[in-house]
Design a protein. Structure first.
Length: 282
């Protein structure tokens, strides 16, 4: 069956490489600078980055340059697809979509650049759903229908060990960061309207994570759901959270445990967890 639609995303989506290969998903790398070293984020090892962050080495992130998108789009166009759907990290957090649009203007087939208003696995699950529809031969509009439904129904929650790194990146105010550290208040955060917002507070990590799991279960519903937990230097805690989620959800379809994108880790800091629940019915 001829594939009519190519799917492109970025490295913050945490799409497992074997899934990307199987479904033909192209992944464009964001760039990370640690100290004076700049690389595609896939080349930056998490332990080294965590050590640098703890030692106050400057860490910054950058969107992919337009040529990185252009060559992915050109390859897809050369394969004979009718359209390209390019799905990316929230514009409230990155200029990735802007770079994609610059490249899209140079391509001879339609390129639909989608601001997912999400990131991490909550971006990855809708990307995978769109790629599955494309692999089944869906039209561009059919793929977009699947994608838009998944983006609307997917929730991303975030736990951080410290508010320090979000504060450094300008995500929260200095006073809020100081109060959280002083009182050991661990916030449960949510991606809302494309930016990070506070959902709840817990005193200590265990209580905060229980609140995060309870909220994720409520938002997942009772039907089939894809569930994922990603982490930055917190593998054991991530496994515990994933097990708790799966034990409380009646129809788990896909389960994913991943190291988070280094780009996300640069903003959340060591010990952070992301929880994604994406109802799979359509």
């Amino acid at each position: 069956m001829r594939r009519r639609v190519a799917i492109v995303t970025d490295s913050t989506a945490s799409v497992p490489l074997d899934v990307a290969d199987r479904l033909g998903i192209s992944i464009v790398q964001l760039e990370l600078t640690v100290g004076d070293q700049q690389n595609d984020e896939r080349r930056v090892l998490h332990p080294q980055m965590a050590e640098a962050m703890r030692n106050n080495v400057p860490v910054s992130t950058n969107p992919p340059p337009p040529p990185a998108f252009y060559w992915n789009y050109a390859d897809a166009a050369a394969s004979g697809v009718d359209a390209i759907i390019s799905i990316h990290i929230s514009e409230g957090m990155s200029q990735t979509c802007q770079s994609a649009r610059i490249a899209a203007a140079e391509i001879g087939v339609p390129v639909y650049v989608v601001d997912a208003r999400l990131t991490g696995l909550s971006l990855g699950f809708p990307v995978i759903a769109a790629a599955e529809a494309a692999a089944a031969g869906a039209t561009p509009q059919g793929v977009m229908n699947v994608l838009e439904h998944r983006l609307r129904s997917t929730t991303q929650l975030l736990y951080v060990d410290t508010l320090e790194y979000l504060q450094r990146g300008g995500r929260i105010g200095r006073a809020q960061a100081w109060v959280g550290q002083a009182l050991s208040i661990k916030p449960v955060l949510i991606m809302k309207d494309g930016v990070i917002d506070q959902l709840a507070k817990g005193i200590g990590p265990e209580r905060a994570l229980r609140k995060a799991v309870a909220s994720a279960v409520e938002r997942a519903g009772r039907g089939p759901v894809d569930v994922g937990v990603e982490h930055f230097e917190a593998a054991d805690r991530a496994k515990e959270v994933l097990d708790a989620l799966c034990s409380q959800l009646p129809q788990v379809r896909r389960v994913t445990l991943e190291e988070t994108s280094a780009i996300i880790g640069a903003h959340t800091g060591p010990g952070a967890l992301g929880i994604a629940v994406s109802p799979a019915s359509y």
